[in-house]
Design a protein around this ligand. Structure first.
Ligand SMILES: [Zn+2]
Length: 470
């Protein structure tokens, strides 16, 4: 899944999903929190199953054998959990095998845990030129398998708190936010927006809607934006030979945009033309879905890790996994990396011209959209309070209208998103924050500098998860 899905189409079915009953005392038995006995065994011998220490030790596996087993388990869970496998371009027979095997969620959970134990017992392969990469690979696989186990547990009815789920699936817990965190940006927007009647959210949404690209120009404006982002990224990064994308405007979809990575450095980027797409959204989509976001991320993983290292685990992308935190966070951060300050303003001006808007208004528009971006984490807090049962749907929608300036329709779409994707929401704004911190720590604070690009590209080409962002 890619960027914020508009779930209007599936709202009706999702609304039947009840808010979860939390069981904070339920011990975590997946991921890095293995039962101690199993973890100890993994450290000292060739790995017995986590739940059956009386069995004979299993033969050792190589890292690639573990990686292939992981891919097959991901494909098996994908057979039970629609949308779980976001991309797969490995051997078709592995998917056929998963379909034929029909593993249930309990088996997938136990096999994932056994694989973690075997992974712990396996030495990372020798990579003298880059020993850190080998260690990162092992850590990545352990975290991905932990998330796989947790997702399989959820499919069996296991309930987690918002924060426990985020740690289990994405390897990270997002900060808690108070209403007061958003007041400065709200005050700034109140000063920037036209003094019109209505609430601040109504004034904000009226203003943004004025800059929705006319439908007959959307294809050309989107194409120009992605092409411009591609050109800009090529100035910093040698993209794989033959990389390409296809852009399609679609309708009747439950999301606003999607990157379908097909392998061979090729993405199909779909934009839902049934929803208004504002200029700031055009820029975000161009970077997030295309350059240097998902298309570049997937292409670099294929080039450097699948083909370069011969690592099969990157041929599959499980949605509810630590990889999504890196994917969404880097895609969102890619916007400011590619178009820092003045460059963004110039880009917006060109797009204003293309869309037929008054370019003299671009600076105010830029200030408004920058101030509004500060409100993005409000969605995380709304999701947490709603999914943890501290707010009902109407209260959460109302809260989103006040603190995220969502329209009533958008607020209810967000609630439907929370029902379906739950803690996935942390991967956007919090992912962006941690990726920014990482890139600034490695490449300095000069936005868009060569040093920042170097750190960013290195990150996109390596198997890092959130706990390795230091
Ligand atoms: Zn995305």
């Amino acid at each position: 899944m890619r960027i914020f899905r508009n779930l209007a189409v599936i709202t009706a079915t999702l609304m039947t999903v009840a808010a979860c009953h939390l069981d904070r005392d339920d011990p975590l038995v997946f991921g890095t929190r293995l039962p101690q006995a199993a973890a100890d065994q993994g450290q000292t011998q060739a790995a017995a199953p986590a739940q059956a220490p009386q069995q004979a030790p299993l033969p050792p596996m190589t890292m690639n054998e573990i990686a292939v087993a992981y891919v097959k388990l991901v494909l098996s869970l994908g057979e039970l959990d629609e949308g779980y496998v976001d991309a797969y371009y490995g051997p078709p027979e592995w998917r056929d095998e998963a379909r034929a095997q029909k593993l249930d969620a309990a088996k997938i959970e136990s096999q994932s845990q056994r694989l973690i134990v075997r992974l712990i017992a396996t030495a990372p392969e020798e990579l003298p030129a880059d020993p850190e990469l080998a260690a990162l690979r092992k850590s990545y696989l352990k975290n991905q398998l932990g998330a796989l186990s947790a997702r399989a547990a959820m499919l069996q009815g296991r309930k987690f708190s918002f924060d426990d789920e985020a740690r289990a699936l994405y390897d990270v817990e997002a900060p808690h936010y108070a209403e007061s965190d958003f007041l400065p940006a709200l005050k700034q927007l109140d000063a920037l927006l036209p003094k019109e009647p209505g609430t601040l959210a109504q004034r904000y949404n009226r203003y943004i809607d004025r800059y929705a690209v006319p439908k007959d120009k959307l294809q050309s404006v989107m194409r120009a934006a992605i092409g411009y982002a591609q050109l800009h990224v090529r100035g910093h990064l040698e993209l794989p030979q033959g990389e390409r994308f296809e852009l399609a405007l679609v309708g009747d979809k439950p999301w606003s945009a999607y990157n379908w990575y097909q392998g061979n450095f090729y993405s199909r980027i779909e934009v839902n033309a049934e929803q208004p797409v504002s200029i700031s959204r055009v820029i975000q989509l161009a970077s997030h879905e295309g350059y240097p976001g998902h298309h570049v991320y997937n292409s670099l993983l294929e080039k450097d890790l699948v083909r370069g290292q011969g690592w099969p685990e990157y041929q599959v992308y499980p949605l509810y996994s630590p990889q999504s935190f890196i994917a969404e966070g880097s895609a969102d951060f890619g916007v400011e990396l590619t178009f820092p300050d003045a460059q963004r303003l110039n880009f917006e001006r060109e797009l204003f011209d293309l869309a037929g808007f008054d370019a003299s208004q671009v600076e105010t528009y830029d200030r408004v959209t920058r101030a509004a971006k500060v409100l993005n984490p409000a969605a995380i807090e709304a999701a947490r309070r709603y999914l943890d049962g501290r707010m009902d749907a109407d209260s959460a929608a109302n809260w989103l209208q006040i603190y995220a300036l969502a329209s009533p329709e958008r607020a209810h779409q967000r609630i439907a998103f929370f029902d379906h994707y739950r803690s996935y929401i942390i991967n956007y704004s919090y992912g962006e924050e941690l990726i920014r911190n990482y890139v600034e720590a490695k490449g300095g604070r000069d936005a868009g500098s060569d040093a920042q690009w170097h750190a960013y590209i290195r990150l996109l080409s390596s198997p890092r998860v959130a706990t390795e962002l230091n």
